[in-house]
Write a protein that binds this ligand. Structure first.
Ligand SMILES: [Zn+2]
Length: 188
């Protein structure tokens, strides 16, 4: 979508994206282009070696770091905070190819729907967007300055039309009867 690209065109115009000597930086953060299956391959190897749940948790934790770093990098230039910052990050992540991200609720207990997630796995039969789930948790934790976790309650990999993510504290996921069954996504 042109609109997605527009956010990055804007950053480029302000000189916040640089391509130089084999090095790309976006708002000061070094990035590089890699195909989606490379990251999926890493995720698959982790799950094979350590089991589905432990592997997924490792990918989720790595995603948390990515979300936190990206949000910090954009914060330096966007000067937004709170829910405004959360919505801004959703636009930037959509623009960066992380799927069509729609924020239904931008609060620390928020809800996010993603269409065309790059992390979907045909035939997986269970939610598989662990890196994206971690990214959302890491971004929210950075924005709201406290530990926020994220579970994926619907996923294209498990037969849903869209992927749906719910944010909140660990306590919330233990107490809420509807969310309790997703707690295993957060187990170590
Ligand atoms: Zn998914």
């Amino acid at each position: 979508m042109v609109w997605d690209y527009f956010h990055y065109a804007n950053l480029a115009r302000k000189g916040l994206i640089s391509f130089k000597n084999g090095r790309i930086t976006v708002t000061g953060l070094r990035v590089f282009l890699v195909d989606v299956d490379s990251l999926q391959g890493l995720s698959d190897r982790l799950k094979e070696k350590f089991g589905e749940e432990t592997g997924a948790k490792a990918v989720y934790d790595a995603g948390r770091g990515a979300g936190s770093r990206a949000t910090r990098a954009h914060r330096r230039f966007s000067k937004k905070s709170g829910e405004e910052q959360a919505r801004y990050m959703a636009k930037m992540a959509s623009g960066a190819g992380w799927g069509r991200i729609r924020v239904l609720d931008a609060s620390p207990d928020g809800e996010i729907v993603v269409e065309d997630s790059p992390f979907r796995r045909r035939g997986a039969g269970r939610p598989s967007c662990d890196f994206l789930r971690g990214f959302l948790a890491g971004a929210a934790s950075y924005i709201y300055r406290r530990r926020i976790d994220c579970v994926e309650t619907e996923c294209v990999s498990a037969g849903s039309k869209k992927c749906r993510f719910v944010l909140g504290s660990r306590q919330k996921f233990s107490r809420n009867a509807k969310l309790r069954k997703f707690r295993n996504q957060l187990a170590g």
